[in-house]
Design a protein around this ligand. Structure first.
Ligand code: ADP
Ligand code: MG
Length: 695
């Protein structure tokens, strides 16, 4: 047995538990060791029975005086009642519906019991305590029994997938005793010394079974450091690698840019101009640009990207423009076409099922040929762009919308046969706080569009308590009757399993039934959820765009970046269940046209700080900062839409730590950029990297 032993071969883990572990992504003993507790109970002090206090939790050590089962037939339940004595006194103990306990304990056994003291009819009970038998050889001779569930600080694990903390402790402890010395150390010795970090073997032990709580904290600190350090190494190495690569220099054509801006139906904002200039300056250099254009939904990123695309094409190079969904590629191709009207560019579109050349259907093979020969100036597409082995004649710029990370390898895939890399412009509508940007996008240059185009009306945002529901429905009806459209978002159901994601669909169907039959029988109500086929989704969105649907009920899957200027009302059910970032994203679906827009947050929780923040601010960057502050360390709400691996989340608020880990990573790379001295660390990084990249 070693760290790579699969969970199937762990003694006492049956098929059901094997499946549960696998659902948590735990396949080996080594991975089980990295399933950490999220808090502890301190049962290390033994309380004399005579001083047990009602309402308090305590651990006692005593001898079973008697134990019996009492059946209560009417309530179909069994109470196991025992009396336990130590030198100071006797207490009653009860357990509910665990009749087998009378076979576990017999009179004269020594036990640890840890739990809450309650009182009934004036008698004190230790109520359903955690229990553990103490072998007789530890009694009366001062020898310390190394207990698992009581009599020490015990770990409490997130109880998901039907695995209790008791079960996890029972399985993990003996394995740890046996194998902890085999856990590999990835942190360089000098880093551990300099930053005073606990060695991994000790840290894994202390995080599960700490001697004192301070040691659990030190262990946690070590792992957080390690995670951030590894992430910093990945990012810095990628940056070093990129610095050695060549790109093509694309000169700025000022006349062309002037002509483009003159044709726009609006004036660019200062932030748009600034960002565009930063991008154009990057393109001029013979090394690959790596820039993130970050701005709220509707802040006007696409125009900036299209300007860069035009400049690239006119310099004689091609542009690839990638978006995460077919719907978004369609939207982009329309925008690109509109903005570049009169510039006579050839625009292609490639998705999993469609191939268009200047808006007309063509065969995939012909589209690929036109791309290869250079006929196509801008090729817009989904991930098919990378997957389908598209060959460009000379790709100068790749624009990627809503993709969280896109490394050198992916970039190289876009231009297999070229001697140079394309410049890369990533776009994100998720405003990113500074600490996050530093950590996750540390290798990117950042252009921010903080300013919203002029003339946009403020979106009126309200928290709607249950008693105002009727009124709000009436308001919604008025809006729809006067030609506007409404989104309804259903409460989120954390869907980690197949079953749960169907529960979300069920909730949407129910809401749809309610709204279409009871509340708005006079309006056209539509429905959208993640389990629908792509075609079905497109049909619904088309009907919404054509205004055949007035009220669209949806799960939280509603696509990022979708643009429906006629939608003016965003209504969110169970709003308190969402993270701030996500609420803000939802709100960004409205307020895109000339009409006054509204966001209704349905919730019983009037004073929820996230909802209040939504009412008081509309600035995505400000809200993102707030979100990071509001989130407790263990609460990872909103993590998914940030697109960040779990392991970094908890510690991102700690700027100082983030900076320290970056400094440590730099020190190591300065001496040894290829990490020759640290082969196991290098391997670990490579593995991490494949896991973090969204492919
Ligand atoms: P993003 O991609 O950042 O969500 P878009 O580029 O799609 O935003 O822009 C949203 C809408 O705002 C588009 O209809 C666009 O034409 C318009 N727009 C962009 N920039 C400006 C501006 N400076 N003034 C007015 N409207 C603008
Ligand atoms: Mg956009």
């Amino acid at each position: 047995m070693d760290l790579t032993t699969p969970v199937e071969e762990i003694p006492r883990v049956g098929p059901q538990y094997q499946a549960r572990l696998k659902r948590l992504g735990i396949k080996t003993v080594g991975e089980l060791f990295f399933h950490f507790p999220f808090r502890y109970e301190d049962f290390s002090d033994i309380t004399p029975i005579s001083v047990l206090e009602v309402g308090k939790t305590a651990c006692v050590q005593g001898e079973i005086a008697d134990i019996k089962n009492i059946r209560i037939f009417k309530r179909r339940m069994t109470i196991t009642e025992a009396r336990v004595a130590d030198e100071s006194g006797v207490t009653r103990v009860t357990w509910f519906n665990q009749p087998y306990l009378i076979n576990t304990f017999k009179k004269g056994d020594f036990v640890f019991l840890a739990g809450k003291t309650t009182s009934k009819n004036g008698k004190k009970y230790l109520s359903s305590p955690a229990y553990e038998k103490i072998p007789p050889r530890f009694i009366g001779n001062g020898a310390k029994y190394d207990s698992v569930h009581t009599g020490r600080i015990i770990p409490v694990y997130p109880e998901t997938e039907g695995m209790s903390s008791r079960w996890l402790r029972f399985i993990i402890k003996p394995l740890l005793v046996k194998l902890k010395n085999e856990i590999p150390e990835f942190l360089p010795e000098e880093i551990k010394i300099k930053y005073n970090l606990m060695p991994v073997k000790e840290a894994v032990w202390q995080i599960h079974f700490p001697d004192v709580l301070e040691k659990a904290d030190l262990a946690k600190k070590r792992f957080v450091f390690e995670e951030l350090f590894e992430l910093a190494l990945i990012i810095l190495r990628e940056k070093l690698k990129l610095a050695r690569e060549k790109a093509t220099a694309i000169p700025i054509d000022l006349e062309l840019i002037k002509k483009f801006t003159a044709k726009l139906p609006f004036k660019l904002t200062v932030d748009q101009k600034k960002s565009a200039w930063q991008i154009l300056k990057d393109l001029e250099k013979p090394k690959p640009m790596n820039r993130l254009l970050d701005g709220d939904v509707g802040s006007g990123k696409t125009v900036v990207a299209v300007m860069a695309a035009l400049n690239t094409v006119r310099a004689g190079f091609q542009v690839a423009f990638m978006a995460p969904t077919e719907i978004l590629t369609k939207q982009h191709s329309k925008t690109v076409k509109d903005l570049l009207k009169g510039f006579k560019l050839n625009i292609g579109l490639i998705t999993g099922k469609e191939n268009l050349f200047n808006g007309k259907k063509i065969k995939r093979i012909d589209l690929l040929e036109k791309t290869k020969s250079g006929k196509i100036d801008i090729l817009i597409g989904t991930h098919a762009l990378v997957r389908e082995k598209v060959e460009f004649k000379n790709l100068g710029l790749a624009i990627i919308d809503e993709q969280h990370r896109f490394g050198i390898e992916q970039r190289a895939k876009l231009c297999r046969k070229q001697s140079f890399l394309p410049h890369l412009l990533s776009m994100s509508a998720t405003p990113i706080p500074r600490t996050l940007a530093l950590t996750i996008y540390g290798d990117l240059d950042l252009s921010l569009i903080k300013e919203v185009p002029k003339g946009r009306k403020k979106i009126i945002t309200r928290i709607v308590p249950p008693e105002k529901r009727r009124e709000s429905y009436d308001f919604i009806r008025q809006e729809v009757k006067s030609g506007r459209q409404v989104f309804v978002i259903c409460p989120r159901i954390e869907a980690d399993t197949e079953k749960e994601s169907w529960a979300e669909v069920k909730a949407v169907k129910k809401e749809y039934e309610k709204l279409s039959k009871e509340i708005f029988p006079d309006l056209n109500v539509g429905m959208l959820h993640g389990k629908m086929k792509v075609d079905e989704k497109e049909d619904v969105l088309k009907s919404f765009r054509n205004k055949k649907i007035g009220v669209l009920v949806s799960t939280s899957v509603i696509e990022v970046g979708i643009d429906f200027p006629n939608a003016t009302l965003m209504m969110i059910e169970g709003a308190e269940k969402f993270g701030l970032a996500q609420l803000h994203q939802f709100r960004g679906r409205v307020g895109r046209g000339k009409h006054q827009s509204f966001c209704f947050l349905f919730s019983e929780f009037q004073s929820n700080p996230r909802l209040k923040a939504m009412v008081s601010s509309q600035d995505g960057f400000e809200l993102a900062e707030k979100d990071l502050k509001l989130r407790g360390p263990g609460d990872l709400t909103g993590q998914r839409q940030w697109g960040i691996p779990d392991f970094v989340m908890a510690s991102l608020r700690d700027i100082e730590l983030v900076e320290k880990t970056r400094a440590a990573a730099k020190e190591i790379l300065k001496e040894d950029p290829e990490l020759k001295k640290y082969p196991s660390l290098k391997r670990e990084l490579e593995e991490l990297q494949t896991r973090t990249h969204l492919e």
